[in-house]
Design a binder for this molecule. Structure first.
Ligand code: MN
Length: 729
């Protein structure tokens, strides 16, 4: 990869050749300022340092960014690397330029590499972006030039920078729709991450190069000639397009396609003036060539989340070689190539403001979603998920389109519509059929969310594991935070106490407050209960806070540590009253939950499992999971004795798995039995099974085995019922 050295003369020429008006004097002044500031400094390549900011400014001119952005690019390293202060920049070039330089400097200071990546850093980056997205565009171009010249940096740094580029910067460029920058960042990063694969694909492409170029040229000529015979506002532009090396790599190694199966390896692009003309061209193309079924995508009526719009179709050319045709308007073309930067480049031509707002809305969403979390790794995961994964488009029954990351469930869909729709959801239908809550949506499906008006209904804690998007997860978490304060306090307390027990940390209860005092301040909790609650709803992760607590414990209590017996041993002889009618031997006031696998009911013999972080999970003594886990010595030691508290009046959640002939009204008959008995349903799902039967899953609260027997008897009396089972037996 030969590297161009950009000079100020080339940059001035570039501006003069373009149509966009720039304040050339200001840009040259910024150049002189930066040049004297960096005087004597050299890049690793041996070039004078100033060549770097000039190159970054040059790339930004190609993107069509404004004068202040170009000046800021020229000055982007002076505050970091020289004696120049921000005030001096502001004095010479104004507050706007200074603000941009400040933003880039702050981003440069923080490391995004995997181990060191801190939540606070990501938050800063997103904040900078939502304040003025030009900061990020400069940063992307800065990174692009650094990647172009990466061969001059030490080997250990190359991999680190390449990884960071692939994980953070390329997805960011994709999300902002700046295709040219994204493609080049990906190819460069890929070159340093997997040089062998890069060379291999380059080689494969090289072999057929002449034939491929000839093929594309012929197609282009045929299409152009045919379009000339039709009426268009202006002559359509027909381009050939080469897929990027990393793009081909993904198809081969990630999607396991052979090089021959990559249909869009060959592609042409037709650009016209209006949407009507796009569909005209599509008709002409399908008339000229045989379309391949299921390869037509209409991103004009359903744009991608990064605002990309085009018609895509794959057709068969000469000798049956497939190729892709992309059809779009000029407006869509600018958006596809320049993304958010098109706002500056073609400000007057398109409704830049609306598009800018849509893109920035996403950034705000991510910021909003991560307010709840202190866990850096989780935020990194979110950014990667939300940024890089493909989207699916599903529809509400009214036809409104909802776009979600691929792999999203009906839970994500519900929360995307509205927080209240999510919180009140009891089930969902996809294309008219009941589905399970973990059903993964596909593009084009119509999703109907079934809700309840029951006042205390809310999401299940297991939804946190099912939901895919951070938006849904954070809404679920904040519901628990708000609605279940007491439960969160109890759960958080139990989680922490279990962890103390596991670590044999024996803290006298009257010293707990002072023991935790520093932690409360650090995590901005007003009281110990607040602190427990935060752990309970997942705002604090036990694994993250334990190291500090252990350290503190050793400091305060370790003098006679050896003589302090572990908690579990001293208290194991006493029984304590606990929540939900279960008495757990040896654990004081802990949170109890009933296992999903066997759902024990009052009267049945039970045993408890001390989970990591979720209290005690109660199983039936004949549960297969209990029996099999006894073979594993590490797990076996975590079982504790449990029994039902006699006088406790409470409700227990259980699920019935019902199979019957798929007849009209079956679901309604089943639901009516519950309604007649005044039993509240928590969740109902129904689906057709392979043999033409219907499978209905009903989750509800029952007072115990007696009531459950009545219910099952009534259901088995219905016409067409084949079997009823409690799930997970
Ligand atoms: Mn730089």
């Amino acid at each position: 990869m030969p590297e161009t050295i950009y000079t100020i003369d080339m940059l001035i020429q570039k501006i003069l050749d373009g149509e966009k008006p720039y304040d050339l004097d200001k840009i040259i002044e910024a150049y002189k300022f930066a040049e004297s500031a960096h005087k004597g400094q050299k890049r690793s390549s041996g070039e004078p340092y100033i060549s770097h900011p000039v190159a970054v400014a040059y790339i930004l001119i190609e993107l069509g960014m404004d004068t202040d952005t170009i000046c800021a690019a020229m000055l982007h390293d002076v505050v970091e690397d020289t004696d120049i202060t921000l005030d001096m920049v502001a004095g010479s070039f104004g507050d706007d330029v200074a603000m941009l330089v400040d933003g880039v400097t702050k981003l440069t200071k923080m490391s995004l590499s995997h181990e060191e990546m801190q939540a606070e850093n990501v938050r800063k980056m997103l904040l900078a972006m939502s304040k003025d997205v030009r900061v990020i565009i400069i940063k992307l171009c800065d990174r692009l030039h650094n990647m172009r010249t990466l061969k001059f940096t030490p080997l250990y740094k190359q991999r680190e920078k390449a990884l960071e580029t692939m994980n953070v910067y390329a997805p960011l460029a994709h999300r902002l729709g700046i295709r040219a920058v994204k493609d080049e960042l990906e190819d460069l990063a890929f070159f340093y991450l997997d040089g062998y694969a890069y060379a291999e694909i380059e080689h494969i492409l090289e072999i057929g190069k002449d034939a491929r170029e000839e093929f594309i040229t012929t197609i282009k000529e045929r299409v152009s000639a045919r379009l000339e015979k039709e009426e268009f506002t202006t002559k359509p532009q027909v381009d050939g397009r080469v897929k990027t090396i990393y793009g081909i790599y993904k198809k081969i190694f990630v999607d396991h396609k052979s090089i021959d199966q990559i249909y869009d390896k060959y592609a042409i692009r037709v650009i016209v003036d209006s949407i009507n003309e796009c569909y005209n061209v599509l008709g002409i193309i399908h008339d000229m060539f045989k379309p391949i079924p299921n390869r037509f995508k209409d991103y004009i009526s359903t744009p991608k989340a990064n605002m990309y719009q085009s018609l895509h179709t794959t057709v068969l050319g000469r000798e049956g070689i497939p190729f892709e045709v992309q059809i779009r308007t000029w407006d869509m073309h600018y958006t596809a190539e320049y993304g958010i930067a098109a706002h500056w480049k073609y400000k007057e031509g398109i409704q830049g403001k609306d598009k800018l707002e849509t893109r920035l809305a996403w950034i705000r969403q991510v910021l909003e979603a991560q307010k709840e979390s202190d866990d850096a790794e989780e935020i990194v995961r979110t950014i990667k998920n939300d940024l890089s994964i493909d989207e699916v488009f599903a529809f509400t029954p009214k036809g409104d389109m909802i776009s979600l990351p691929a792999g999203s469930t009906v839970i994500d869909f519900a929360y995307k519509i509205h927080t209240q729709v999510g919180n009140r959801m009891v089930g969902a239908k996809v294309d008219g059929k009941m589905v399970r809550l973990d059903y993964r949506l596909q593009t084009g499906e119509i999703v109907e969310i079934l809700t309840t008006k029951a006042p205390d209904h809310g999401p299940g804690r297991d939804w946190l594991d099912i939901a895919k998007t951070n938006e849904a997860k954070s809404k679920i978490r904040s519901w628990f935070k708000r609605e279940r304060h007491d439960e969160n306090v109890a759960q958080g307390k139990a989680m922490l106490e279990n962890e103390f027990r596991r670590n044999r940390m024996n803290i006298p209860s009257d010293e707990m407050d002072s023991f935790l005092h520093d932690e409360l301040e650090r995590k901005q909790c007003a009281s110990v209960d607040d602190y427990y609650a935060k752990i309970g709803y997942g705002g604090l992760f036990i694994s993250k806070i334990m190291p500090r607590l252990k350290e503190r414990y050793v400091k305060l209590f370790s003098t006679n540590n050896e003589s302090v017996p572990a908690v579990s041993e001293t208290s194991s002889k006493t029984l304590h009253k606990s929540m939900q009618g279960i008495i757990v031997e040896g654990i004081d006031n802990c949170l109890v939950k009933f296992s999903q696998c066997c759902n024990p009911l009052p009267g049945e013999p039970v045993v408890g499992f001390v989970t990591r972080g979720h209290g005690v999970s109660v199983h039936k003594t004949d549960c297969v999971n209990y029996i099999s886990s006894l073979r594993d010595s590490e797990n076996a030691s975590r079982w504790v004795k449990c029994r039902w508290a006699d006088a406790h009046k409470a409700e227990y959640r259980t699920t019935l798995d019902i199979v019957g002939y798929d007849r009209n009204g079956l679901l309604m008959d089943v639901c009516r039995i519950f309604a007649d008995m005044r039993v509240t349903l928590n969740q109902v799902t129904a689906r057709e099974t392979k043999g033409g039967n219907a499978n209905i899953m009903v989750t509800f609260n029952t007072s115990g085995v007696d009531q459950l027997n009545v219910i099952t008897n009534k259901i088995s009396g219905l016409a067409g019922i084949l079997s009823i089972e409690r799930t997970g037996k």
